[in-house]
Design a protein around this ligand. Structure first.
Ligand code: FAD
Length: 357
């Protein structure tokens, strides 16, 4: 039986563990004392099929059925409003066309979200999206991996990786782990982990994104409100457990670290949101930030490193790690197990780490 070592216990690593555990002896090593502590515990938990470049969209589409149906499904419908100012006519229409959003009248939009400011909201576009129950999604993958005999080890930061006699060996403070195959699912640290194994980094770049939770504006029941997105990725807001979460949608390059929100960035983002609504932000209940890690071409990186047999990348999930996880982990498993992938060849090649030369 193949010994498979997965480094990283976010959605990428956990989904890979679930896919591979029926076919090999899987050990997942996570540096923190819990799974999904970093980006995977801090997302907006949205599925938007027409989000990302064409390669990402192919993964979104291929993941949809699993998200909606597997284990009873982990999604719930959530309308999506794209909102632009009167002077953003051109940008609104370009973005709406890209998302497949149909323009609706302001009165119709205000019937759903009474706080939309008629002075500043010039355009509203509508399309379908979904909330993802990310906790349940992670638990489903975790349960499935464990049921097939996977071992999940937390507090196990991999500090060195060696290759000897055709096998890999990863060292952690809890001891060493040998394997035939290593999966690098270390999110913002994926290049660092590759470097430990003597695999050339891909130039993955983590970008911080912050979030604030504010009380329901004006005491409204916000639970059925849509996800609202400011044209040009300037802010977004989404109902969350009776409150609203608002993001400045910043994309600030950072080194890999345990991210936190920048007060000034949050304040500026909240101001951009406030400009579009009639209710002021009275209080921030909580805030946080996470790192969205992109490859240079903004597609995920899935496949065997050309220079290191048995070392597989599962990285560069960017802002789509949950909505792509089903298809990404399936492709990874197909490649590790030598099966013909379900995804079209052009998509598989566009995800291959070898594309960077
Ligand atoms: C604010 C925000 C909003 C988002 N919204 C959405 C959304 O709506 N929909 C969506 O699909 N995606 C969204 N994302 C993106 C999504 O959260 C990420 O793409 C996804 O969580 C990445 O998962 P991951 O497993 O690759 O990385 P991570 O969750 O970061 O996991 C990597 C893990 O590797 C571990 N690790 C690193 N180095 C080592 C080592 N040496 N040894 C052992 N373990 C190690 C880390 O501790 C970490 O737990 C959002 C992200 C942010 C920050």
């Amino acid at each position: 039986m193949t010994d498979i070592l997965i480094i990283g216990g976010g959605i990428a690593g956990i989904s890979a563990a679930a896919r591979l555990a029926p076919h090999g002896q899987v050990t997942l090593l996570e540096a923190e004392d819990q799974l999904a502590y970093h980006a995977s515990g801090r997302s907006a938990a949205v599925f938007l099929e027409f989000y990302g470049n064409p390669v990402v969209r192919a993964l979104n589409a291929a993941s949809a059925a699993h998200l909606h149906k597997a284990d009873g499904g982990v999604t719930k419908p959530r309308d999506f409003f794209l909102i632009g100012k009167p002077e953003e006519d051109e940008r609104f229409h370009a973005q709406a066309a890209d998302l497949g959003a149909a323009r609706i009248g302001l009165e119709e939009a205000r019937a759903r979200v009474p706080i939309l400011d008629p002075e500043t909201c010039g355009f509203v576009g509508h399309c379908a999206a979904f909330d993802i129950d990310t906790d349940l999604y992670i638990q489903n993958f975790r349960r499935s991996a464990l049921a097939h005999g996977a071992q999940i080890v937390t507090r196990a930061p991999v500090q060195a990786i060696k290759r000897a006699y055709g096998r890999w060996r990863a060292e952690t403070p809890q001891g060493g782990y040998g394997a035939d195959v290593v999966i690098d699912a270390a999110g913002p640290w994926a290049d660092t982990v590759a470097g430990m194994a003597g695999v050339a980094p891909l130039g993955l770049q983590p970008y911080r994104r912050s979030m604030a939770r504010i009380p329901a504006p004006g005491g409204h029941d916000v639970r059925g409100w849509p996800f609202m997105d400011g044209v040009g990725d300037t802010w977004y807001a989404k109902p969350d457990a009776g409150s609203l979460i608002v993001s400045p949608q910043e994309e600030h390059p950072m080194d890999a670290h345990d991210a936190w929100a920048d007060d000034m960035v949050l304040a500026e983002g909240l101001a951009r949101y406030e400009e579009m609504v009639t209710e002021p932000v009275t209080r921030v209940e909580a805030n946080w930030a996470g790192l969205r890690t992109f490859a240079p071409d903004r597609a995920l990186v899935i496949g065997e490193a050309p220079e290191a047999a048995g070392f597989f990348w599962l990285a560069g999930q960017g802002g789509y790690g949950f909505q792509t996880a089903a298809a990404a982990s399936q492709l990874l498993a197909d490649l590790v197990l030598g099966r013909v992938p379900d995804l079209p060849g052009a998509v598989v090649r566009a995800l291959d780490p070898g594309r960077f030369g």
